[in-house]
Design a protein around this ligand. Structure first.
Ligand SMILES: C[S@@+](CC[C@H](N)C(=O)[O-])C[C@H]1O[C@@H](n2cnc3c(N)ncnc32)[C@H](O)[C@@H]1O
Length: 346
């Protein structure tokens, strides 16, 4: 008879004996997921349950080490086993099989590409600069590799939106009667697209850097909304956000900027809005006490030159710029970006 061991020390509730194991082993969970996504294990399993030898053949990987990976993925709740055959859990099938609308592979790959940053994060804490290994890796990248890196990053933002973030945002807003939205630093434009889907009278402009345009245009086409969502090449610190906007969305951009530039961007948003217009800041927000939550806290270190701000801070800046009825709203459901700060131009 097989003995049942508890997984509480890694995946369950924290307790005195488990807490430290979780702290020291969490990186191995990320590394295992990264390996599984890179060898496309879950896509291989979408074809049906398979033995370790079959999966190794499908993925062209080392048989014994593939079995170790399968066992680890099963222990992490991503695979199940019937007899000798492994298959995807519903979660893995929905989010880790290439081609599914809610595929998260680019997000996993994007975060995997920041591994060196985390290995050297003590250097950043000591000196205020990114570590020498990360800087050297960056300098060695070719133009094509940089382009690919940017594509993965922008598509990772699309992954986040499609996994439920866009729905959470749309559920938190009422845009009835609004006609023009500017999505500042909109990246893939997924929020603009989903909001335009929900509000048929709405049109949107996605303002972003030139290197983002090809990725965004492909996503616009996949939604069939090229006639209502347009890409505008621009610099959100230098250029205006246009005129006559009913809504300005600043999603996931303020955390990359200094407090002074956040003020500047909120002022530009204000100037571009019609009276009664709405500014919506969707962000990964710290609590006002700055004791968490954990993801915004980790993300702040991860950003290195950016910072997670507290909802109360952003609300204060918006009021200083002139917005009224400023409100911090937590987002429900999937929430990497866990809140919105909303204000009105009177
Ligand atoms: C973290 S992503 C957020 C993308 C999207 N708004 C979202 O929430 O998923 C930041 C975006 O800002 C864009 N960006 C960065 N600096 C910019 C600048 N100076 N002008 C315009 N866009 C910029 C990037 O290209 C990227 O698309």
């Amino acid at each position: 008879m097989s003995i049942t061991f508890s997984d509480d020390y890694l995946l369950g509730k924290p307790g005195p004996a488990y807490f430290f194991q979780r702290l020291v082993w969490s990186y191995a969970i990320t590394g295992t997921l990264l390996a599984a996504v890179r060898v496309d294990l879950f896509t291989a399993l979408a074809a049906g349950p398979a033995s370790p030898a079959d999966i190794a053949a499908r993925c062209r990987t080392h048989p014994l080490n593939t079995e170790k990976l399968l066992v680890a993925c099963a222990a992490m709740g991503l695979l199940e086993k019937d007899g000798d055959l492994y298959h995807n859990t519903p979660f893995a099938d929905r989010h880790l099989v290439r081609g599914r609308p809610t595929y998260q592979g680019e997000l996993v790959e994007h975060l995997g590409r920041q591994w060196t940053r985390w290995v050297e994060i003590d250097h950043f804490v000591r000196t205020g600069e990114r570590g020498p290994q990360e800087l050297a890796e960056g300098e060695m990248m070719t133009h094509l590799e940089r382009q690919e890196d940017h594509r993965i990053w922008i598509t990772a933002m699309h992954n986040v939106a499609m996994a439920g973030q866009a729905e959470a945002l749309a559920d938190a807003l009422d845009l009835s009667g609004r006609r023009l939205l500017c999505d500042v630093g909109g990246g893939p434009g997924t929020y603009a697209l989903v909001l335009c889907q929900r509000y048929p009278q709405l049109q949107a402009v996605v303002l972003d850097l030139p290197e983002t345009e090809p990725v965004a245009q492909e996503i616009f086409r996949s939604f069939g909304l090229e006639d209502r969502v347009h890409f505008r090449v621009g610099d959100y610190l230098q250029d205006t956000y246009g005129q006559g906007n009913d809504v300005v969305l600043l999603s996931g951009v303020l955390h990359g900027e200094t407090v002074e530039d956040c003020h500047l961007m909120l002022r530009k948003a204000y100037d571009s809005l019609t009276p009664g217009g709405l500014a919506v800041v969707q962000e990964i927000l710290l609590n006002d006490e700055k004791t968490g939550p954990l993801l915004p806290a980790l993300f702040s270190l991860h950003m290195t030159y950016g910072t997670s701000y507290a909802g109360g801070e952003i609300a204060r800046w918006m009021a200083e710029v002139g917005f009224t009825d400023v409100e911090v709203r937590p987002l429900k459901g999937y929430a990497w970006l866990n809140g919105v700060v909303v204000g009105t131009k009177r």
